[in-house]
Design a protein around this ligand. Structure first.
Ligand SMILES: [Zn+2]
Length: 405
């Protein structure tokens, strides 16, 4: 669909290429009675890049003539982009109420008004308009897209599912993974309400839509654990780790919980070490060390840390080492200790754990849907900072390591 604001943006070009000639043509055709001079005054302000004055003039001349519908649509669009939503809705409502519009113009006005309402957060009004618009084949896809967005914002997941399925009929876009998230949302709500039927239905529908939905498998692990089916839960957690190794830091706690319930600390310790040695993530490392300390004791955890540090050179590893040594009373007075600690804290910013691959929004926690651009599955862990000279630093710290291991 052509954005009518383009008409306004093109006005300076029109000025350069015979705007006055066009004006004479229009005046000759429709006469000054139908196209008031104020329109031309307003348009001239736009041509001269004085949008505020132009808007002022247009607002005073709200009476709509068939010849000026495009201008009104474009002007409303301009208001919306400037965030002046009341003015935008006034213009679009005015068009729908006061003007005889043809079918295409009517749909266009509905669409623009719907967008005003959506942007203003008046979702119930926007919903009504997009429902109406979705009955027109030409605009059904756009309308379903907005309906899907509205239901997402209102957390009406079943309706969002319906809108997305309708949208898939009109476009080639594959929305299965998004629909799976809707059912995961339903399952999560059901967990809060302790509604086992809702939980099962949510998870099953999510997996039926997307077999590899990591979120749905995580939820099924949680469900099995709550039902005391620890081995099933463990299998589900480990499957998540296979499907999404980048999300291991979200998975470890679930795995640990299962092994604990199964009273199997040795397999757990083995699992954790193996996991960390095949994963460079600092967040995975810090969790693994915490559990290892608990299961095998501080010394074993420190030896494992040195092994990991030499393999991956992560800033997190060095930070953990510094903490270990401080807890043992080492480095307290060393001049480099304070500096190194501060430097690592600066490098290891904890406010940027996940980053959206689509818009760059960052957050501490994993959001399945980016809160900023509202894309699904777009958050990824921030790359772990590495320290290239870690061997030199270890030498400085006079750390004898298990490098020979
Ligand atoms: Zn985003």
């Amino acid at each position: 669909m052509i954005d009518p604001t383009w008409y306004l943006l093109l006005l300076p070009v029109a000025a350069a290429s015979g705007w006055l000639a066009a004006r004479r043509q229009v005046v000759n055709k429709v006469g000054n009675q139908k196209l008031p001079d104020a329109y031309f005054a307003g348009l001239n302000f736009l041509v001269n890049e004085q949008p505020d004055k132009a808007i002022e003039v247009f607002v005073k001349v709200l009476e709509v003539a068939p010849e000026t519908i495009e201008v009104h649509l474009a002007l409303g669009n301009l208001f919306r982009r400037r965030g002046e939503l009341e003015r935008a809705t006034t213009i679009h409502q005015n068009l729908l109420v006061k003007t005889r519009l043809n079918r295409e113009q009517h749909m266009l006005a509905l669409y623009e008004l719907g967008r005003d309402y959506y942007k203003a957060g008046w979702f119930d009004r926007a919903e009504g308009l997009f429902q109406e618009l979705s009955e027109y084949n030409e605009h059904a896809a756009t309308a379903c897209h907005y309906l899907q967005l509205i239901y997402e914002r209102e957390r009406e997941w079943r309706k969002a599912d319906q809108a997305a399925r309708r949208l898939m009929k009109y476009t080639n876009e594959d929305l299965q993974h998004v629909i799976a998230h809707y059912w995961c949302e339903i399952a999560e709500q059901s967990f809060e309400e302790q509604d086992l039927t809702g939980i099962r239905q949510g998870i099953n529908r999510a997996l039926a839509t997307n077999q590899q939905s990591v979120r749905a498998i995580m939820l099924s692990a949680k469900m099995h654990f709550q039902s005391g089916e620890y081995r099933k839960a463990l299998r589900a957690w480990r499957r998540c780790g296979e499907l999404a190794p980048e999300l291991q830091s979200e998975i470890i706690a679930g795995v640990v919980e299962c092994y604990r319930a199964l009273h199997d600390p040795d397999t757990l310790a083995e699992y954790l070490q193996n996991l960390a040695l095949h994963n460079s993530s600092g967040r995975v490392l810090s969790q693994v060390l915490e559990y290892l300390r608990e299961i095998r004791g501080g010394k074993a955890a420190e030896m494992f840390l040195l092994r990991h540090l030499r393999q991956y050179n992560t800033a997190e590893g060095l930070w953990q080492l510094l903490q270990f040594r401080r807890s043992q009373g080492c480095d307290q007075d060393a001049p480099y200790s304070k500096f190194l600690g501060e430097f690592l804290q600066m490098v290891l910013r904890t406010d940027r754990v996940y980053i959206c691959q689509h818009c760059g929004f960052s957050s501490k926690r994993l959001n399945w849907q980016c809160p900023s651009c509202r894309y699904w599955d777009s958050m990824r862990p921030v790359q772990d900072p590495q320290i290239p000279e870690v061997a030199g630093i270890l030498e400085l710290l006079q750390v004898a390591g298990p490098s020979s291991e």
